[in-house]
Design a protein around this ligand. Structure first.
Ligand SMILES: [Zn+2]
Length: 319
């Protein structure tokens, strides 16, 4: 087996390649700030004010990264997340700013959920007596929000709230409002994961009670992920996602093998932070660990990877 492992032969027999075109760059836009703010738990990542978001998108496009995904932090939060869907709210303003600056140079995906917009930090409407997250009342708001994103110019809508029936509600909302050509990338198999911790600082979306285990998936379950993905495809999802990535490589593999759909994997904030922190301590080689993590996700079957390493990895891949 060692004959072909010489440096000269390795490229010839390499089975998996990662390309800059596989990357999707998450971007945080925050209505409450005036200058870029460092996200301390995600070294190298920043939140941007609305008026600087187009420049950031331009930098990402210049690296050859084909898509970004926007997360918004609104100026005001309330119980129903009503600042998720106004035409002049943070995401809608940011999308318009990016579109007018970059045109079709980059695909604008918008994360669609209520947790950044609700005062309690949950992904849906809450019954405060029972502390239950109400599924169906949330769907109307998700549909309305998707339409507002599309109207602002979003290219792909990416619902992440794990409400049952969300893809169907969003699909019919889009279709009824003249956006039948706007694709949906569904966070189909999203696990209730401890690896989301650093993101909550960035998105200012910690929750006031409980956790998200009543709607996100149990990390112990694989077959359930197949059912979740099947439902989302049936409801009209164009791209399906597994999140997080590295602790769920088996799920990525199974999903790709079974459904053969365009499949995305989200290398989440905690996965990023672990590599960064270990590298800062001199415990691992950051560059190698980053590229190895990305190739493993690709090898498992992901067609595209949402990663906070997108810009760093693009620079290496462009070398
Ligand atoms: Zn959410």
């Amino acid at each position: 087996m060692r004959r072909l492992r010489k440096d000269r032969f390795r490229p010839l027999v390499r089975e998996t390649e990662i390309d800059v075109k596989d990357l999707i760059c998450p971007v945080f836009v925050d209505e409450t700030i005036k200058v870029p703010v460092k996200i301390s738990s995600m070294p190298g990542c920043f939140s941007f004010p609305i008026d600087m978001i187009a420049d950031e998108a331009g930098c990402i496009a210049d690296l050859g990264i084909p898509a970004l995904i926007l997360f918004g932090v609104p100026g005001e939060k309330d119980e129903t997340g009503s600042h998720a869907f106004g035409d002049n709210d943070v995401i809608q303003e940011a999308v318009r700013a990016i579109k007018s600056e970059t045109g079709n140079d980059i695909i604008i995906m918008t994360d669609l959920c209520l947790c950044e917009y609700t005062s309690h930090g949950h992904c849906g409407i809450v019954d405060f007596e029972t502390h239950e997250i109400l599924n169906d009342p949330t769907l109307d708001i998700l549909g309305k929000t998707a339409v507002s994103h599309a109207r602002a110019g979003a290219d792909i809508i990416a619902p992440s709230g794990m409400m049952d029936g969300m893809v169907k509600a969003i699909r019919s909302g889009l279709d009824d409002n003249g956006f039948s050509n706007t694709p949906i990338m569904s966070y189909a198999a999203k696990y209730s994961s401890a690896f989301y911790g650093p993101f909550r600082e960035a998105a200012k979306s910690g929750f006031s009670f409980g956790d998200r285990a009543s709607y996100q998936m149990d990390p112990a379950n694989g077959n359930e992920a197949m059912r979740e993905v099947a439902l989302d495809i049936e409801e009209g999802a164009d791209i399906i996602m597994v999140k997080p990535a590295m602790p769920y490589l088996d799920i990525i593999y199974r999903v790709k093998k079974k459904f053969k759909m365009p499949t995305a994997a989200y290398q989440v904030s905690g996965e990023y932070a672990m590599i960064k922190a270990a590298a800062q301590n001199g415990w691992i080689d950051e560059r190698k660990a980053m590229m190895e993590s990305l190739i493993s996700i690709k090898r498992a079957g992901a067609d595209m990877i949402l990663t906070y390493f997108a810009k760093d990895a693009a620079k290496i891949l462009n070398e």
